[in-house]
Design a protein around this ligand. Structure first.
Ligand code: BGP
Length: 479
């Protein structure tokens, strides 16, 4: 018998800006992601304030899900998906974020996508904002630093909640909100890059702006959750955290304390607010470190209290180590940094692979919050090769996923209430950190390459049939 619940939500995850394409079709406006060029593991992508000629912007066509959704969803159904995580592209609905009325053609597109999912019994799991902030809001308000964005976000939520109330039950308010605690989170997440042109490594580090932006996002999320609870009691509202498990590099108490401080700021600060409805006691020490207190207006504290999420979802790819020694050898990966772990191997992009870290993280998170958990991103970004016979033998991906599912099982056996698993990039898509196509995660290969060429044809990788079997046996058969 399976250790996973009978109604376990197996599926896959995507984000609109990384796979829809059709960036300016049917009234859609530009989002921050649409202003990002491509890059690679070694060459950082750039943000530009205007669209530069003769420059590749990978989100503009991406894998063109916009015109391929029927075939793609049929492939997800063939794998047996119970759920499909996707995001709504804010600028398809409100092109600048500031319109009074939503764009009907944008709304219609997601009606079509949801209908197609539901036809196969696939439950949509929708991220409301996944690195798709309207660029006009960056230019006018410095992104989420502007308090005005709370109302614009609420207009957007009201429009999509009402329109899709009979089609969507599971919602995530912000993707990886806690990346806003890190310098690079200013680009895709908080959008606090008004007037900035340059590469991702040159983004100015302005923690005060990011902390204010995060406060505004917490209030926006809480208001959306409360509004949903009041008006659509069938909705399940979740938060979404980039969970970057870290360990103390050594058992030196200084390393332990440094790691605790890091874990609080990186992993717990945002979810403590989302789940408990209040700032944690250590928030003040974080604010002090940056010599800043976010402006908290009348009513904000009550709003946070009234908008606690129903479940906690997170991405998990890797772990790292934290040292009190500034000379410790740095690791790579995500946007987190940290030190190298001598016990772990890394992916081609330097992300340290650590399935046991997922087990550890699930226990830690559940011990802390005691609400249902969902792993909504996990996977291996790798170079895939089409063999002469046309197959793609991605055994490395199968190994990675198998080991992570085995660790999830152990956590469930220890009592964690895990309700779903949606591996990242179930179909190949554009990388968020580098803008590449070469960094592939999918069960489905897409013929699209880094120079912008490719037929966009889809083919199943070896992992496609493997994952189909995993789902069919509710995670029992992982061979
Ligand atoms: C998460 C994001 C995703 C996704 C994933 C993989 O941080 O929520 O959007 O892209 O990471 O990262 P990357 O694409 O950089 O390999």
């Amino acid at each position: 018998m399976s250790v996973f619940r009978d109604d376990f939500l197996w599926g896959g995850a995507t984000a609109a800006n990384q796979f829809e394409g059709a960036w300016d079709v049917d009234g859609k406006g530009p989002s921050v992601s649409d202003m990002c060029t491509n890059g690679s593991h070694k060459v950082p992508k750039r943000v530009t304030q205007t669209i530069e000629p003769n420059t590749l912007y990978p989100s503009h066509e991406a894998i063109d899900f916009y015109h391929h959704y029927k075939g793609d969803i049929a492939l997800f159904a063939e794998m047996g998906f119970k759920t499909f995580r996707m995001s709504i592209n804010w600028t398809r609905i409100f092109p600048t974020g500031m319109e009074d009325e939503p764009n009907e053609k944008g709304l219609q597109f997601y009606d079509n996508v949801f209908d197609e999912c539901l036809r196969y019994g696939i439950e949509p799991l929708v991220t409301i904002s996944h690195y798709e902030l309207p660029y006009a809001l960056v230019e006018k308000y410095n992104g989420w630093e502007g308090r005005e964005l709370i109302d614009y976000y609420m207009n957007y939520c009201k429009a999509i909640f009402e329109r899709y109330k009979d089609k969507v039950k599971y919602w995530l308010t912000f993707n990886e909100i806690n990346t806003g605690t890190m310098p690079m989170g200013a680009v895709l997440n908080t959008g606090t890059i008004k007037g900035f042109t340059g590469s991702l490594t040159e983004v100015p580090d302005r923690p005060k702006e990011r902390l204010q932006a995060l406060h505004n996002m917490f209030v926006a999320s809480a208001k959306a959750v409360k509004y949903a609870h009041d008006n659509y009691p069938q909705f399940m509202m979740g938060c979404m955290i980039c969970f970057a498990q870290s360990y103390a590099l050594t058992c030196n108490p200084d390393d332990e304390l440094a790691n605790q401080e890091h874990m609080r700021e990186m992993n717990w600060y945002c979810s403590d607010v989302h789940v408990r409805g209040a700032y944690p006691s250590y928030a003040k020490s974080i604010w002090k470190k940056y010599d800043f207190e976010p402006e908290i207006r009348d009513g904000d504290i009550e709003a946070l209290k009234e908008g606690k999420v129903d479940f906690y979802s997170f991405s998990y790819y890797m772990s790292n180590c934290i040292s009190s020694d500034p000379e410790a050898e740095a690791g790579e990966g995500n946007i987190i940094g940290g030190s190298k772990n001598p016990y772990l191997k890394a992916s081609d992009w330097g992300w340290q692979i650590d399935p046991k870290g997922l087990h550890f993280a699930l226990n830690e998170i559940y011990d802390r919050y005691q609400i249902p958990l969902m792993v909504v991103e996990n996977g291996l970004g790798a170079y895939d090769k089409i063999e002469e016979d046309g197959t793609i033998q991605d055994d490395y991906r199968i190994d990675y996923l198998r080991q992570h599912i085995e660790e999830m099982k152990k956590a469930v056996e220890e009592g964690v209430d895990l309700i779903g698993y949606t591996p990242w990039g179930c179909i190949d898509l554009v990388s968020a950190s580098t803008g590449e196509m070469a960094k592939r995660y999918g069960f489905i290969f897409v013929e699209k390459y880094d120079d912008g060429t490719g037929s966009l044809a889809r083919r199943k990788k070896k992992s496609f049939d493997w994952y189909k079997k995993v789902i069919a046996t509710n995670g029992e058969d992982l061979d």
